[in-house]
Design a binder for this molecule. Structure first.
Ligand SMILES: CC(C)(COP(=O)(O)OP(=O)(O)OC[C@H]1O[C@@H](n2cnc3c(N)ncnc32)[C@H](O)[C@@H]1OP(=O)(O)O)[C@@H](O)C(=O)NCCC(=O)NCCS
Length: 131
């Protein structure tokens, strides 16, 4: 898949502009801000699959490939990569659209894999429901 354009035929689960308040002292966007959106984004296909509560069990991998800057329009794409008995692994890809002088460039900025576990009313792992 191209890393310099938004994925075709897929809907982002989150789109949000990066703002001044989200900056770190180095002038780019704070990694924790991006991690938070990645976790929220990843939970969405997990919730849809489980049709009930899920918790984040693990961040299996997380790569900040490129920096995000103020005014970038950040889009998070998330899809289930694999399923276990009680858990799903979700791949999250984050793209930044940068608008300048009437032109828009797009870059993949982050890629991550997270594991979400379905939990019951006692907060114990529960089997995934049938599809
Ligand atoms: C989620 C929780 C209930 C699971 O309990 P647990 O004792 O680890 O349960 P299990 O060992 O049976 O593992 C449950 C699933 O997680 C998977 N898992 C466990 N450790 C893992 C790890 N380090 N990385 C990836 N997956 C892992 C297991 O493979 C299993 O999946 P499967 O049933 O599909 O094979 C418990 O760990 C918990 O409450 N964690 C805190 C969650 C949290 O607060 N998250 C942050 C806010 S959402």
């Amino acid at each position: 898949m191209s890393e310099d354009s938004l994925p075709e035929n897929r809907m982002p689960v989150i789109r949000v502009p990066a703002m001044h308040a989200d900056q770190n002292s180095g002038g780019s966007i704070f990694g924790g801000w991006i991690m938070s959106y990645v976790d929220i984004a990843g939970s969405i296909p997990a919730l849809e699959r489980v049709r009930g509560p899920v918790v984040t069990r693990a961040v299996d991998s997380f790569e900040f490939k490129k920096p995000v800057f103020v005014d970038d329009l950040v889009s998070c794409y998330a899809e289930i990569a694999s399923e276990g008995r009680t858990s799903v692994k979700v791949k999250v890809e984050v793209f930044a659209e940068r608008m300048d002088k009437g032109k828009t460039t797009c870059i993949k900025v982050t890629e991550a894999m997270l594991t979400y576990v379905a939990i019951d009313e006692n907060r114990k792992p529960k089997l995934l429901p049938d599809v």
